[in-house]
Write a protein that binds this ligand. Structure first.
Ligand SMILES: [Ca+2]
Ligand SMILES: [Ca+2]
Length: 572
C-alpha cells in the first residue's frame, strides 16, 4: 500500500512512475481486472499460493478494500480462489482498508498476516493447509497501533536459511525520521521474540512495503517502487543499490523462487491508481549481485510460463523451471544458462503456435571437447523425444554458434523440455532459441480501413504491404479504424505495422469505442523502415472495431494490422 495515499503533503512529482505512467507496454496481469494487488507469492507443497489485497472497484477517490484473498495455481497461470479473509471475522471488525499481507508456514500450520490501513497488523492461522480456512489467531493485534514510531502495516515474514530457520517480520515505511522495523518471531509465529528494532537503511528511499529475501549470504531489502538495498546482517545496515525494474509503474512487490527460477510478483495500476492488478516477471542477478531488469515484461503480452514460436527468440533464461545445479549468469548480451551437465533440463511450457515438424535454432556455446546434445522432449524431461540437436565444441564458452535441428511434432501449443546429454562436466551454455511459427494471422491493410480526422492513403515511401499506407496522423484527432473479426471472446495479440521516421510516437488504442491503452511506437530508422508493435487487446466474439487515434497529432505512418485468426486461448 503506497503511503502517499495518506501522506499527500510529500512531493512525489520527481518520481519517474508518475511521469511515465502513461507509457504503453505489453500487459500480462495474472488475474486481470479484479483488483488483485499487493501480492506475496509462496510455494507450498509445490503449488503457488498468492496472498493478496483486493481493491474494490475502479473509480474510487482512494483505496477501498473490503477483504484479503488467497489464490493458488499449479503453473502461475491458472489461478483459483482458495479463501477470502473478511475483517469482520477478525478482531478488526468491519473496515474498508484491508491493507497488505504476507504468509508463512511453520510446523504444518500456515499463517496469514494482514494490516488495517496504517493502524495495526493481525495474524490468522490455518491448520488445514495453505488454502485455508484461516481464523484470527490472537483476537487482537500482533503489532498494535503505536508499537513503534513507524506505522504497523505492510508486513513481510522472512525465514532465514540458518539452522534454526529463524523467522522475522518486517513492516512499516521510511520517511524523514521514520524507519522500517523488524522483529524476530517466536516458533509459534504469532508472537514477537524480541522488541522491534529499526532497520538501518543507508542512502535509501522514502516508501513503504518492505520485502526481505536472502541470496548467496546477502540480505536484499526492496520496497514499493522497486528500490533495493543489501546488507550482510538481516537488521542492516542496508546500503542502497538502485531500482531494479524497467516497469515504471511498479507498486508493492516481492520475490519468490520456484524450481530454480526467481520470479518477481508486483502490483501496477489497472488504469486507475486505486484499482490495481498483479504481474509476475522473471528476475535475474548479475555477477556482482545486482538485481537485473529483464525485458520480458516489455516484450511479451503473455505472462511467465508461456511462450510463442513467433517471438523473435525465447531467451534461455526465461525458463519456467530448471534442474537443480543449472545457473543463470551474465553474458555479453544479457544472461545465459550455464552448468548444463548430462541430465540437466530446462522447461518451457505452453509454447504456442509451433509449426508442424518445426525447425529449432539454438544459440549455444561449448568448450567441452565433445560438445553436447540437446534433446527436445514434449511435456516433461522423460516425455516423448521430438528431436536432437548437436552442439559441437565451439572453441570456447564465449564463442556462440546457432545450431539448427528438425523436430518431429504436431502443430500447436506444446510444453517443451530441453534435456542435455553428453560426457564430462559442463556440456553447453545456452543463450536463446527460436523456432518456426504457425501463427495464422489475418492481415488488415491500413489503406482499406476507415480513415478520419485528416488521415489519408499514400505511397510515397517504400517497403509497405498491399496498395500503400496511411499517413496524416500529424492532424490532431486523426484516426484509423479497422474492423476485424475474432473467433471467441478473448484477449488477442494485435500487431500494428508502422513507420516513425521522425522519432518515437504514441497513439491511443480504442477497442469497440473504449480506450484500452496508449501504444508507444519506437522510432524507425527512416520513413522507408517499418516496425511491429504488439498489444494484447480484449476482443469480443465476432466483429470488433480497433481504432488508433492521436489527440494532438503525431508524425507516424501505418501500413497494416494483424490479428490472430485463432484468438488467444482463455486463461480462466
Ligand atoms: Ca540470453
Ligand atoms: Ca498497407
Amino acid at each position: 500500500m503506497p503511503f502517499w495515499n495518506t501522506y499527500t503533503a510529500l512531493t512525489w512529482a520527481g518520481l519517474g512512475w508518475v511521469l511515465l505512467a502513461g507509457i504503453g507496454r505489453a500487459d500480462n496481469p495474472i488475474i486481470p481486472h479484479q483488483g488483485v494487488c499487493d501480492p506475496r507469492i509462496h510455494i507450498f507443497n509445490d503449488r503457488a499460493y498468492l496472498f493478496s489485497t483486493h481493491d474494490d472497484a475502479p473509480g474510487h477517490p482512494g483505496f477501498v478494500m473490503y477483504d484479503w484473498q488467497v489464490f493458488s495455481a499449479p503453473d502461475l497461470i491458472h489461478w483459483q480462489k482458495e479463501f477470502v479473509l473478511k475483517p469482520a471475522d477478525t478482531f478488526m471488525g468491519q473496515i474498508s482498508d484491508c491493507w497488505a499481507t504476507d504468509a508463512a508456514a511453520r510446523h504444518g500450520k500456515y499463517y496469514f498476516y494482514f494490516s488495517e490501513g496504517q493502524n495495526c497488523l493481525g495474524v490468522a492461522v490455518s491448520t488445514n493447509g495453505p488454502g485455508g480456512s484461516y481464523r484470527d489467531a490472537l483476537g487482537k493485534p500482533l503489532l498494535p497501533k503505536g508499537l513503534t514510531p513507524t506505522a504497523q502495516y505492510d508486513p513481510t515474514v522472512f525465514v532465514d536459511d540458518d539452522a534454526a530457520h529463524t523467522p522475522y517480520i518486517v513492516w512499516g515505511y521510511t520517511v524523514v525520521g521514520q524507519q522500517y522495523h523488524i522483529a524476530r518471531l517466536n516458533e509459534d509465529m504469532i508472537s514477537l521474540a524480541e522488541s522491534p528494532r529499526p532497520v538501518t537503511l543507508k542512502n535509501g528511499w522514502q516508501n513503504d512495503a518492505p520485502f526481505i529475501m536472502k541470496r548467496n549470504g546477502l540480505y536484499y531489502l526492496n520496497s514499493h517502487g522497486a528500490y533495493y538495498a543489501t546488507a550482510t546482517n538481516v537488521y542492516g545496515p542496508y546500503t542502497f543499490r538502485g531500482v531494479f525494474s524497467h516497469d515504471q509503474t511498479v507498486d508493492h512487490g516481492g520475490f519468490f523462487n520456484w524450481h530454480n527460477q526467481t520470479f518477481f510478483a508486483y502490483g501496477v495500476p489497472d488504469g486507475d491508481p486505486f484499482f490495481r492488478k498483479t504481474k509476475i516477471v522473471y528476475a535475474h542477478f548479475k555477477d556482482n549481485g545486482d538485481i537485473a531488469d529483464d525485458p520480458f515484461i516489455e516484450r511479451s503480452p503473455l505472462g511467465v510460463g508461456q511462450y510463442d514460436a513467433h517471438w523473435e527468440n525465447i531467451q534461455a533464461e526465461w525458463y519456467f523451471a530448471a534442474a537443480d545445479g543449472v545457473e543463470k549468469r551474465e553474458n555479453a548480451t544479457g544472461f545465459e544458462v550455464r552448468n548444463l551437465t548430462s541430465g540437466s533440463w530446462l522447461a518451457y511450457p505452453n509454447v504456442r503456435n509451433l509449426k508442424e515438424n518445426a525447425v529449432l535454432s539454438l544459440c549455444a556455446s561449448s568448450a567441452n571437447p565433445a560438445g553436447g546434445v540437446i534433446e527436445v522432449h514434449q511435456d516433461r524431461a522423460d516425455g516423448p523425444v521430438l528431436g536432437q540437436c548437436l552442439v559441437p565444441n565451439t572453441g570456447g564458452w564465449t564463442n556462440y554458434q546457432t545450431v539448427t535441428c528438425n523436430l518431429t511434432n504436431d502443430a500447436g501449443t506444446k510444453d517443451l523440455c530441453l534435456v542435455f546429454k553428453g560426457h564430462g562436466d559442463e556440456l553447453v551454455r545456452l543463450d536463446w532459441f527460436k523456432t518456426d511459427s504457425s501463427a495464422v494471422l489475418a492481415n488488415y491493410e491500413a489503406e482499406d480501413a476507415e480513415l478520419s480526422g485528416g488521415c489519408g492513403k499514400n505511397t510515397n515511401h517504400s517497403g509497405y504491404s498491399g496498395a500503400g499506407f496511411v499517413d496524416g496522423f500529424v492532424n490532431a484527432g486523426a484516426a484509423i479504424r479497422f474492423t476485424v473479426t475474432n473467433a471467441t471472446e478473448s484477449s488477442a495479440e494485435v500487431t500494428i505495422r508502422y513507420s516513425a521516421g521522425a522519432g518515437g510516437q504514441t497513439l491511443g488504442v480504442y477497442v469497440n469505442g473504449a480506450k484500452v491503452c496508449d501504444t508507444s511506437l519506437p522510432a524507425t530508422a527512416d520513413w522507408n523502415t517499418w516496425a511491429d508493435k504488439t498489444e494484447m487487446l480484449p476482443l469480443r466474439s465476432g466483429t470488433n472495431a480497433i481504432e488508433f487515434k492521436t489527440e494532438k497529432g503525431v508524425p507516424v505512418n501505418v501500413d497494416y494490422l494483424t490479428v490472430p485468426v485463432e484468438g488467444r486461448p482463455s486463461q480462466k
